[in-house]
Design a protein. Structure first.
Ligand SMILES: *[C@@H]1O[C@H](CO)[C@@H](O)[C@H](O)[C@H]1NC(C)=O
Ligand SMILES: *[C@@H]1O[C@H](CO)[C@@H](O)[C@H](O)[C@H]1NC(C)=O
Ligand SMILES: *[C@@H]1O[C@H](CO)[C@@H](O)[C@H](O)[C@H]1NC(C)=O
Length: 270
Protein backbone atom coordinates (compact mmCIF):
# COMPACT_ATOMS: atom_id res chain seq x y z
CA UNK A 1 0.00 0.00 0.00
CA UNK A 2 1.31 3.38 -0.92
CA UNK A 3 0.79 6.14 1.59
CA UNK A 4 0.07 9.47 -0.03
CA UNK A 5 2.16 11.50 2.36
CA UNK A 6 4.48 13.71 0.38
CA UNK A 7 8.00 12.61 1.17
CA UNK A 8 9.66 15.20 3.28
CA UNK A 9 13.11 13.79 2.76
CA UNK A 10 13.31 14.93 -0.84
CA UNK A 11 17.00 15.65 -0.49
CA UNK A 12 17.61 11.93 -0.24
CA UNK A 13 15.88 11.22 -3.54
CA UNK A 14 17.70 11.37 -6.86
CA UNK A 15 16.43 14.13 -9.18
CA UNK A 16 15.22 11.64 -11.79
CA UNK A 17 12.69 10.27 -9.29
CA UNK A 18 11.23 13.67 -8.50
CA UNK A 19 8.50 13.51 -11.14
CA UNK A 20 7.11 10.46 -9.44
CA UNK A 21 7.40 11.82 -5.93
CA UNK A 22 6.13 15.25 -6.85
CA UNK A 23 2.69 14.10 -7.96
CA UNK A 24 -0.25 16.36 -7.51
CA UNK A 25 -3.92 16.20 -8.33
CA UNK A 26 -4.01 14.10 -11.50
CA UNK A 27 -6.21 15.15 -14.43
CA UNK A 28 -7.63 18.20 -12.67
CA UNK A 29 -7.71 21.94 -13.16
CA UNK A 30 -6.83 25.13 -11.28
CA UNK A 31 -9.80 26.56 -9.36
CA UNK A 32 -10.13 30.34 -9.16
CA UNK A 33 -8.02 31.97 -6.40
CA UNK A 34 -9.29 31.45 -2.85
CA UNK A 35 -12.48 29.76 -4.03
CA UNK A 36 -11.84 26.77 -1.74
CA UNK A 37 -11.53 28.83 1.40
CA UNK A 38 -11.19 26.09 4.02
CA UNK A 39 -8.25 24.20 2.53
CA UNK A 40 -4.95 24.60 4.36
CA UNK A 41 -1.39 23.64 3.46
CA UNK A 42 0.66 21.80 6.06
CA UNK A 43 4.27 22.82 5.73
CA UNK A 44 7.45 21.59 7.33
CA UNK A 45 9.71 23.92 9.29
CA UNK A 46 11.58 24.86 6.11
CA UNK A 47 8.35 25.91 4.39
CA UNK A 48 7.88 22.78 2.30
CA UNK A 49 4.29 21.70 1.65
CA UNK A 50 3.72 18.04 2.55
CA UNK A 51 -0.01 17.57 3.21
CA UNK A 52 -3.36 19.28 2.91
CA UNK A 53 -6.03 19.81 5.54
CA UNK A 54 -9.33 21.55 6.22
CA UNK A 55 -10.10 24.30 8.69
CA UNK A 56 -13.07 23.01 10.70
CA UNK A 57 -12.98 25.59 13.52
CA UNK A 58 -10.94 28.79 13.82
CA UNK A 59 -8.52 26.89 16.06
CA UNK A 60 -8.70 23.38 14.57
CA UNK A 61 -7.56 21.70 11.36
CA UNK A 62 -8.71 18.28 10.18
CA UNK A 63 -6.18 16.17 8.27
CA UNK A 64 -4.96 12.57 7.90
CA UNK A 65 -3.16 10.85 10.78
CA UNK A 66 -0.35 9.78 8.46
CA UNK A 67 0.45 13.48 7.95
CA UNK A 68 1.76 13.63 11.50
CA UNK A 69 5.45 14.43 11.14
CA UNK A 70 5.70 15.75 14.71
CA UNK A 71 4.20 18.90 16.13
CA UNK A 72 7.45 20.86 16.19
CA UNK A 73 7.94 20.28 12.46
CA UNK A 74 4.54 21.51 11.33
CA UNK A 75 3.12 24.86 10.26
CA UNK A 76 -0.48 25.38 9.14
CA UNK A 77 -1.05 27.89 6.33
CA UNK A 78 -4.63 29.06 5.66
CA UNK A 79 -5.72 31.39 2.84
CA UNK A 80 -3.01 30.13 0.50
CA UNK A 81 -3.39 29.62 -3.25
CA UNK A 82 0.02 29.66 -4.89
CA UNK A 83 2.65 28.04 -2.70
CA UNK A 84 5.94 29.86 -2.36
CA UNK A 85 4.45 33.19 -3.45
CA UNK A 86 3.32 35.78 -0.93
CA UNK A 87 -0.22 36.80 -1.86
CA UNK A 88 -1.15 38.72 1.28
CA UNK A 89 -4.02 36.33 2.06
CA UNK A 90 -2.00 33.71 3.95
CA UNK A 91 -2.31 33.14 7.69
CA UNK A 92 0.17 31.01 9.60
CA UNK A 93 -0.31 29.10 12.82
CA UNK A 94 1.75 26.50 14.63
CA UNK A 95 0.08 23.47 16.25
CA UNK A 96 -0.59 23.58 19.97
CA UNK A 97 -1.76 19.99 20.23
CA UNK A 98 -2.08 17.00 17.91
CA UNK A 99 -5.08 14.80 18.51
CA UNK A 100 -4.50 11.54 16.67
CA UNK A 101 -7.49 9.21 16.49
CA UNK A 102 -6.96 6.46 19.10
CA UNK A 103 -7.84 3.75 16.54
CA UNK A 104 -5.38 4.94 13.91
CA UNK A 105 -3.44 1.96 12.56
CA UNK A 106 -0.55 2.86 10.30
CA UNK A 107 -0.30 -0.61 8.79
CA UNK A 108 -3.96 -0.83 7.71
CA UNK A 109 -4.53 2.95 7.39
CA UNK A 110 -7.70 2.50 9.44
CA UNK A 111 -8.97 5.67 11.18
CA UNK A 112 -6.46 7.84 9.29
CA UNK A 113 -7.63 11.06 10.92
CA UNK A 114 -5.93 13.77 12.96
CA UNK A 115 -7.18 16.98 14.54
CA UNK A 116 -4.62 19.72 14.98
CA UNK A 117 -5.37 22.40 17.56
CA UNK A 118 -3.75 25.68 16.56
CA UNK A 119 -1.69 27.86 18.88
CA UNK A 120 -3.40 30.98 17.49
CA UNK A 121 -6.85 31.11 15.89
CA UNK A 122 -7.18 31.76 12.16
CA UNK A 123 -9.21 34.85 11.28
CA UNK A 124 -12.18 34.10 9.05
CA UNK A 125 -12.41 36.55 6.15
CA UNK A 126 -12.95 36.76 2.36
CA UNK A 127 -10.20 34.20 1.80
CA UNK A 128 -10.67 31.81 4.70
CA UNK A 129 -13.80 30.02 5.92
CA UNK A 130 -14.71 26.86 7.83
CA UNK A 131 -15.32 23.52 6.11
CA UNK A 132 -18.83 22.13 6.54
CA UNK A 133 -18.79 18.49 7.72
CA UNK A 134 -21.28 15.65 7.12
CA UNK A 135 -23.50 14.33 9.92
CA UNK A 136 -22.38 11.22 11.85
CA UNK A 137 -22.66 8.13 9.58
CA UNK A 138 -24.08 10.08 6.63
CA UNK A 139 -23.63 7.87 3.57
CA UNK A 140 -22.85 8.55 -0.07
CA UNK A 141 -24.24 6.60 -3.01
CA UNK A 142 -21.84 5.21 -5.59
CA UNK A 143 -21.62 7.53 -8.57
CA UNK A 144 -22.11 10.73 -6.56
CA UNK A 145 -19.62 13.22 -7.98
CA UNK A 146 -17.27 14.81 -5.45
CA UNK A 147 -14.26 17.08 -5.74
CA UNK A 148 -10.77 16.65 -4.27
CA UNK A 149 -8.21 19.44 -4.08
CA UNK A 150 -4.55 19.80 -3.23
CA UNK A 151 -1.12 21.21 -4.02
CA UNK A 152 1.93 19.77 -5.60
CA UNK A 153 5.12 20.80 -3.98
CA UNK A 154 8.71 21.22 -4.93
CA UNK A 155 10.62 22.03 -8.09
CA UNK A 156 13.21 19.69 -9.58
CA UNK A 157 15.95 21.88 -8.19
CA UNK A 158 14.55 21.26 -4.70
CA UNK A 159 13.60 24.89 -4.14
CA UNK A 160 10.08 26.18 -3.70
CA UNK A 161 8.31 27.17 -6.90
CA UNK A 162 4.96 28.92 -7.17
CA UNK A 163 2.42 26.12 -7.45
CA UNK A 164 -1.26 26.75 -7.50
CA UNK A 165 -4.01 24.69 -5.98
CA UNK A 166 -5.52 21.99 -8.20
CA UNK A 167 -8.87 20.30 -8.04
CA UNK A 168 -10.55 17.35 -9.77
CA UNK A 169 -14.10 15.95 -9.85
CA UNK A 170 -14.48 12.23 -9.17
CA UNK A 171 -17.36 9.82 -8.60
CA UNK A 172 -17.73 7.75 -5.42
CA UNK A 173 -16.92 4.06 -5.99
CA UNK A 174 -18.95 1.55 -3.96
CA UNK A 175 -17.14 -0.10 -1.05
CA UNK A 176 -18.01 -3.54 -2.43
CA UNK A 177 -16.28 -2.75 -5.72
CA UNK A 178 -13.32 -1.04 -4.02
CA UNK A 179 -12.90 -3.92 -1.54
CA UNK A 180 -13.23 -6.64 -4.20
CA UNK A 181 -10.47 -8.96 -5.36
CA UNK A 182 -10.19 -6.86 -8.56
CA UNK A 183 -9.25 -3.86 -6.48
CA UNK A 184 -8.08 -3.51 -2.87
CA UNK A 185 -9.03 -7.12 -2.01
CA UNK A 186 -10.28 -6.83 1.55
CA UNK A 187 -8.22 -3.86 2.72
CA UNK A 188 -11.12 -1.38 2.80
CA UNK A 189 -12.65 -0.82 6.26
CA UNK A 190 -15.94 0.87 7.14
CA UNK A 191 -13.89 3.96 8.01
CA UNK A 192 -12.86 4.43 4.36
CA UNK A 193 -14.58 5.58 1.19
CA UNK A 194 -13.31 5.25 -2.37
CA UNK A 195 -13.52 7.69 -5.25
CA UNK A 196 -12.11 7.52 -8.73
CA UNK A 197 -12.93 7.68 -12.38
CA UNK A 198 -13.85 4.33 -13.98
CA UNK A 199 -11.55 5.21 -16.87
CA UNK A 200 -8.68 6.32 -14.62
CA UNK A 201 -6.57 9.43 -15.18
CA UNK A 202 -8.18 11.46 -12.41
CA UNK A 203 -7.05 11.09 -8.82
CA UNK A 204 -5.43 12.56 -5.78
CA UNK A 205 -1.76 11.75 -5.43
CA UNK A 206 1.25 12.25 -3.20
CA UNK A 207 1.25 15.63 -1.49
CA UNK A 208 -2.55 15.73 -1.51
CA UNK A 209 -2.77 13.61 1.66
CA UNK A 210 -5.07 14.90 4.36
CA UNK A 211 -6.81 17.22 1.90
CA UNK A 212 -10.59 17.40 1.44
CA UNK A 213 -12.87 15.30 -0.75
CA UNK A 214 -15.99 17.44 -0.90
CA UNK A 215 -19.44 16.13 -1.77
CA UNK A 216 -22.56 18.33 -1.63
CA UNK A 217 -20.41 21.09 -0.15
CA UNK A 218 -19.25 18.99 2.83
CA UNK A 219 -15.90 17.36 3.55
CA UNK A 220 -16.80 13.66 3.35
CA UNK A 221 -13.28 12.37 2.76
CA UNK A 222 -9.62 12.99 3.61
CA UNK A 223 -7.02 11.88 1.07
CA UNK A 224 -5.54 8.77 2.69
CA UNK A 225 -3.97 6.12 0.48
CA UNK A 226 -4.07 4.32 -2.84
CA UNK A 227 -2.14 2.22 -5.29
CA UNK A 228 -0.44 4.49 -7.80
CA UNK A 229 -2.43 7.52 -8.95
CA UNK A 230 -5.16 7.58 -11.56
CA UNK A 231 -5.26 3.80 -12.17
CA UNK A 232 -8.88 2.86 -12.98
CA UNK A 233 -8.57 -0.45 -11.07
CA UNK A 234 -7.48 1.32 -7.89
CA UNK A 235 -9.58 4.34 -6.91
CA UNK A 236 -8.26 6.77 -4.30
CA UNK A 237 -9.05 5.74 -0.73
CA UNK A 238 -10.27 8.43 1.66
CA UNK A 239 -10.92 8.54 5.38
CA UNK A 240 -14.72 8.50 5.80
CA UNK A 241 -15.19 11.73 7.77
CA UNK A 242 -18.86 10.96 8.53
CA UNK A 243 -17.72 8.01 10.67
CA UNK A 244 -15.80 10.48 12.85
CA UNK A 245 -18.17 13.43 13.13
CA UNK A 246 -18.98 12.67 16.76
CA UNK A 247 -15.29 12.25 17.63
CA UNK A 248 -14.49 15.55 15.90
CA UNK A 249 -17.19 17.44 17.81
CA UNK A 250 -16.24 15.82 21.11
CA UNK A 251 -12.59 16.67 20.60
CA UNK A 252 -13.20 20.28 19.63
CA UNK A 253 -16.05 21.13 21.97
CA UNK A 254 -15.23 19.16 25.11
CA UNK A 255 -12.93 21.37 27.18
CA UNK A 256 -12.54 18.70 29.86
CA UNK A 257 -11.06 16.09 27.52
CA UNK A 258 -8.83 18.78 26.04
CA UNK A 259 -7.48 19.64 29.49
CA UNK A 260 -6.71 16.02 30.23
CA UNK A 261 -5.00 15.61 26.89
CA UNK A 262 -2.85 18.70 27.08
CA UNK A 263 -1.87 17.71 30.61
CA UNK A 264 -0.76 14.36 29.16
CA UNK A 265 -2.96 12.40 31.55
CA UNK A 266 -3.68 9.76 28.99
CA UNK A 267 -1.97 8.58 25.87
CA UNK A 268 -3.16 9.97 22.54
CA UNK A 269 -1.62 7.22 20.51
CA UNK A 270 -2.79 3.91 21.93
C1 LIG B 1 -3.17 -2.82 13.11
O1 LIG B 1 -3.89 -3.73 12.34
C2 LIG B 1 -3.24 -5.00 12.22
C3 LIG B 1 -4.03 -5.83 11.21
O2 LIG B 1 -5.40 -5.88 11.57
C4 LIG B 1 -3.17 -5.64 13.59
O3 LIG B 1 -2.52 -6.88 13.51
C5 LIG B 1 -2.39 -4.71 14.51
O4 LIG B 1 -2.40 -5.22 15.82
C6 LIG B 1 -3.00 -3.33 14.51
N1 LIG B 1 -2.14 -2.43 15.25
C7 LIG B 1 -2.60 -1.62 16.19
C8 LIG B 1 -1.59 -0.72 16.82
O5 LIG B 1 -3.78 -1.58 16.50
C1 LIG C 1 -3.90 -5.59 1.19
O1 LIG C 1 -3.17 -5.55 2.40
C2 LIG C 1 -2.16 -6.52 2.48
C3 LIG C 1 -1.62 -6.46 3.87
O2 LIG C 1 -1.25 -5.16 4.22
C4 LIG C 1 -1.12 -6.23 1.39
O3 LIG C 1 -0.10 -7.18 1.43
C5 LIG C 1 -1.80 -6.24 0.05
O4 LIG C 1 -0.87 -5.85 -0.95
C6 LIG C 1 -2.96 -5.31 0.01
N1 LIG C 1 -3.63 -5.42 -1.24
C7 LIG C 1 -4.06 -4.38 -1.95
C8 LIG C 1 -4.67 -4.66 -3.26
O5 LIG C 1 -3.98 -3.24 -1.52
C1 LIG D 1 -13.57 -5.77 3.06
O1 LIG D 1 -13.28 -7.12 2.91
C2 LIG D 1 -12.76 -7.73 4.09
C3 LIG D 1 -12.36 -9.15 3.72
O2 LIG D 1 -13.40 -9.78 3.08
C4 LIG D 1 -13.81 -7.66 5.18
O3 LIG D 1 -13.29 -8.22 6.36
C5 LIG D 1 -14.18 -6.22 5.42
O4 LIG D 1 -15.20 -6.12 6.38
C6 LIG D 1 -14.64 -5.59 4.12
N1 LIG D 1 -14.87 -4.16 4.35
C7 LIG D 1 -16.08 -3.62 4.34
C8 LIG D 1 -16.17 -2.17 4.60
O5 LIG D 1 -17.10 -4.25 4.13
Amino acid sequence: MVMLLFLVLLKLIPANCLDFVQGRIVGGYTPSPNSIKYIVSLQSSNGQHFCGGSLVHKSWVLTAAHCNIGMDQMMVVAGDYTLGAYEGTEQYSKPLLLNLHPQYNRSTNNADILLIQLSAPIELNRYVSLAPLPKQNAGLLAGRVCQVSGWGSISHSGGLTPLTLRTVKLPIVSTSKCNSSNSFSGNITTNMICAGSSTGGKDACKGDSGGPLVCDGRVYGLVSWGNGCGDSRFPGVYTAVSRFRRWIDQTIYNPYSQCLKSAGLFSRED
